[in-house]
Design a binder for this molecule. Structure first.
Ligand SMILES: C[S@@+](CC[C@H](N)C(=O)[O-])C[C@H]1O[C@@H](n2cnc3c(N)ncnc32)[C@H](O)[C@@H]1O
Length: 249
């Protein structure tokens, strides 16, 4: 089941505002991925959400096939409204049955971490491999568990954002202690547009580099390149991110 943050149209409408944060910052991850997208003529963005990366690709002059896949209709609704010249498909990696069609499959915004169960992860990776052309690439990131990002997901780190409709939105996270390699957390939004706080509970998986490599290998994929952060620095034990460019083995 998709988290309420993505399935509720009123919250999905705020997704890009929440990602941009209080400083309305450009997303470093998109700066990293955009050149990969621009150099591939066929691109599938899995867990595309509001489709910001593919919007950027079209705006930057991409003329090939761009396809965004997401199981949350509310997020795709945001994507479709802005950009009808991209294929927006409702579903999960296995549901569309694409075979050998995409030079690049990308997953951004830590969408890869939604694959919490082993079977879900295995079947998703198998479907991604099948969707790739013979020399296609799968580019994605997962937060490095060693960096313990969830320790910052505490109410004291609440942020204030300007609501596009006016007024101030407040967003806070409260993470539960990890269970195995998963972390469950609640995101709560308050602001003048609601009478009561709006909450969404999510669970994400934090795979280490070794386990990730095993799942990739089992699916017939190999990490061709790995980076530790969005400036392209090498992956180290304490890098915040495990950014992987995988190819078919
Ligand atoms: C944190 S958002 C990332 C959105 C976008 N990729 C970005 O970078 O902003 C995670 C997205 O994953 C989607 N999602 C949830 N479960 C999924 C699944 N099983 N397969 C693919 N996408 C999924 C959600 O609906 C949501 O749009």
């Amino acid at each position: 089941m998709v988290d309420r943050l993505f399935s509720d149209p009123g919250l999905a409408e705020l997704y890009d505002t929440l990602c941009a944060g209080p400083l309305r910052a450009a997303r470093d991850d998109f700066g990293f991925y955009l050149p990969y997208v621009m150099s591939a003529s066929t691109v599938l963005d899995i867990g595309c959400g509001t489709g910001e990366l593919l919007h950027m690709a079209r705006e930057s002059g991409h003329t090939g096939r761009l396809c965004g896949l997401d199981p949350a209709e509310a997020m795709l609704g945001q994507a479709r409204r802005r950009r009808p010249d991209v294929e927006w498909v409702l579903g999960e990696p296995g549901s569309a049955g694409w075979q050998g069609e995409f030079e690049l499959v990308v997953m951004t915004g830590h969408a890869f971490q939604v694959f919490v169960e082993d079977e879900q992860l295995r079947s998703s990776l198998a479907a991604i491999r099948t969707a790739l052309t013979a020399d296609g690439r799968f580019a994605f990131e997962t937060r490095n568990p060693a960096a313990r990002a969830w320790e910052h997901w505490v109410p004291e780190n609440e942020v204030e954002l300007a609501d596009p409709r006016g007024g101030v939105l407040r967003s806070r996270h409260e993470a539960e202690p990890p269970v195995g390699d998963t972390v469950t957390f609640r995101q709560t939004l308050t602001g003048p547009r609601w009478d009561v706080p709006q909450s969404s509970v999510s669970t994400l998986r934090f795979l280490g580099e070794g386990e990730l490599s095993s799942f990739l290998s089992e699916a017939g994929l190999t990490a061709a390149e790995q980076f530790g952060d969005w400036d392209g620095r090498p992956l180290t034990d304490d890098s915040p991110e495990i950014i992987t460019i995988a190819v078919r083995s």
